[in-house]
Design a protein around this ligand. Structure first.
Ligand SMILES: C[S@@+](CC[C@H](N)C(=O)[O-])C[C@H]1O[C@@H](n2cnc3c(N)ncnc32)[C@H](O)[C@@H]1O
Length: 228
């Protein structure tokens, strides 16, 4: 019998595992780091979701919850997922302080794994700067397939990604697959072709360029719906 050498996780998995530890440290050192106000994409998404008649929102990569709290205040039932238990604990505490705990649940989940939800069980999915984290193209494709699986027919996905026009694209340490690490944060910068490919079989209704923060980060806000 031949022993299989223990080579440990592959480079993709090792990078993402290191990023999880980095996000844990970041939220511990900077509680509430994104502030209390909702992001502009979340304000937009709340309007789109309400117009579509959505009642539940799944947020992926919710962090400490500036946007999940906005959706709950707007009357949606919210499931907020992130792989940082520290960020989620900050979110849970704020939701309790604001009297929103009955409308908002948190889920510690790594989006590299299948979503622990039944098929066609969610009205709307929101993800601000999550698909552009340290995920390979294959992991992003698998995640979008999972989002499609859990969305009801006619369900809406609003997500945002940093793109190849961002000042940090090509800066810092390159990990291949358009992933660049700068200041300890690894980002998968999206070419437009990837946005279009991820929307194949969906109705792509909007791709909106915008900026956020002081760098500024340059992003696309993408709206796509599953067929009815
Ligand atoms: C750029 S932050 C954005 C946080 C939040 N969406 C906001 O805008 O306030 C990205 C978030 O994604 C989470 N994240 C990164 N990779 C993840 C993964 N593989 N699974 C789940 N969450 C992840 C991080 O913990 C972090 O909270």
């Amino acid at each position: 019998m031949t022993d299989t050498p223990d080579t440990g996780p592959g480079p993709e998995r090792a990078l993402a595992d290191a990023q999880r530890a980095h996000w844990q440290q970041t939220y511990t050192a900077n509680p509430g780091m994104y502030g209390e106000r909702p992001s502009a994409p979340a304000e937009y998404a709340a309007g789109v979701f309400a117009a579509a008649g959505a009642r539940e929102v799944l947020e992926l990569g919710a962090g400490h919850g500036r946007d999940a709290l906005h959706f709950a205040r707007a009357g949606f039932r919210v499931l907020a997922a992130d792989f940082s238990p520290t960020g989620l604990e900050q979110l849970r505490a704020t939701a309790a302080d604001q009297g929103l705990a009955d409308r908002l649940s948190v889920l510690a989940h790594d989006v590299r794994d299948p979503l622990p939800l039944p098929d066609a069980s969610v009205d709307a999915v929101f993800a601000h700067m999550l698909l552009c984290m340290a995920l390979s193209t294959g992991e992003i494709e698998a995640l979008v397939a999972e989002v499609r699986r859990v969305l009801r027919p006619g369900g809406t996905l609003v997500h945002t990604v940093r793109h190849t026009g961002d000042a940090h694209y090509g800066a810092g340490t390159g990990h291949g697959d358009d992933i660049w690490e700068h200041g300890g944060f690894a980002v998968h910068f999206f070419p437009r072709e990837l946005v279009d490919r991820l929307a194949e079989g969906w109705h792509l209704t909007d791709v909106h360029p915008f900026e956020e923060g002081e760098l500024p980060r340059r992003l696309w806000r993408i709206t796509q719906e599953t067929p009815r």
